[in-house]
Design a protein around this ligand. Sequence first.
Ligand code: CA
Length: 234
Amino acid sequence: MAAAAQNVLVVEDEASIASFVSLYLKNAGYTVRTASTGSEALAQLAAEQPGLIVLDLMLPDIDGIEVCRRIRTRSDVPILMLTARDEDVDKIIGLEVGADDYLTKPFNPRELVARVKSILRRSVPAREARESAQIRHGDLLVDAGRREVRVGEEEIQLAPKEFDLLWELLDHRGLVLTRDQLLERVWGYTFAGDTRTVDVHVRQLRRKLGEASPIVTVWGVGYKVSPARDGSQE
Ligand code: CA
């Protein structure tokens, strides 16, 4: 696990960018593999799971968003997306499909290395620490070890960040969390001005959980969890 976390897969078709990103990551002590197309990235991933993926949005075959979506159907490996300038919508979509972070081109490679370190540092212990934890809230059962959510007998499929957001709110029952706090806790740091990401994920959670959604909007502040109707909280 510790060794795998040091492997980074860089997916980028522009050879000059792929090579300088690889160089900086290698100098920072990571083992780097590269893929120049989306299908090559998926094939490499099936063969060996890296600790993190740096994924360019613009690829010649399958675009980065679709690659990210496909990866997320079977893995929650951290993904750092690279996007071109002025692609605000794509940034949000990138996060919606489950990327952990993004950088806008052109970027400083030192910034990229710093983000990679930060994502790896935050993702591994957070997932290990709550391996066996479960939270029940009314009909809702959230199992952190299995990363499963059930409403009664029915299993609800959540994207990794939707799961993390729900967990964070349930784990702080009784408290109001601001969008900035949720960004920092779930995504690992503060995005300046990108708190819409939180709203998008809350909307998805409400849609997927329906009546069982415990999330309450606190206008002008953020979100909290309502008390369970039958008082069953563990
Ligand atoms: Ca590209």
